[in-house]
Design a protein around this ligand. Sequence first.
Ligand code: SAM
Length: 257
Amino acid sequence: MLGHRARKRFGQNFLADAHYVERIVEAVAPRPGDNLVEIGPGLGALTHRLIERATRITAIEIDRDLAARLRATYGPGKLVLHEADALAFDYATLGDELRVVGNLPYNISSPLLFHLAGFDRKLRDIHVMLQREVVMRMAAAPGSPEYGRLSVMLQAKFAVTRLFIIPPGAFQPVPKVDSALVRLVPLGATRPAIADERLFAQVVAAAFGQRRKTLRNALAALCDAEAMRAVGVDPGARGETLSVDDFVRLANALNSR
Ligand code: SAM
């Protein structure tokens, strides 16, 4: 690809289909003045069109060679490039109303989403391309086989919308799986009030730790059956049947005890 050897360890599959680049950019609908942040710009397939539409963007790229190429292509007036690990990056330093965009390295997609979720109050929206299967899990409803920790942790903070599928042939090198574009918009005023985020994350992780276990067993270390019944949660149920609100009520009740 343009003289660059794709690095597997950085999850490099570059978008190489102008049709999908346009569809993604249309879905993001960037406007001049938007605080756009691209994660993993790579060879710049999306970057180029995003700069054209928004006039300038910030990007975070871990690959030194790609970072150098991008810097040589765009001046700092158009592209502010951070050669850094997106997983450890402090997004709060980039201001407010962030619009995050990226064709994410699939090997780090879940931890990156959890990291970004920690900055939800700084975000306007997120548009990311991921493995289709991960997008299904992000948007899944209670009771469905894909519903799990990722669904609950993200839906507690964001409205999650699946947008469209992108086939393997749109990338170079060609990946083995379908990808999909997903939009996350912070819930803002309608966001459920979580008293202690760490406790909430602990309860959710434990509930889905062993999927076949009832909540009575899965959450034994955190609460007793009585505490579950008190907030209307059946201790004999399994984690995958609980709504996001059920998890919030349960974690908040534990917090106040
Ligand atoms: N956006 C480009 C495109 O669509 O063609 C590249 C997408 S490629 C799937 C993922 C990009 O993320 C690569 O450029 C890779 O070097 C970069 N990357 C991988 N791990 C990263 C990390 N931890 N932090 C920042 N960038 C990373």
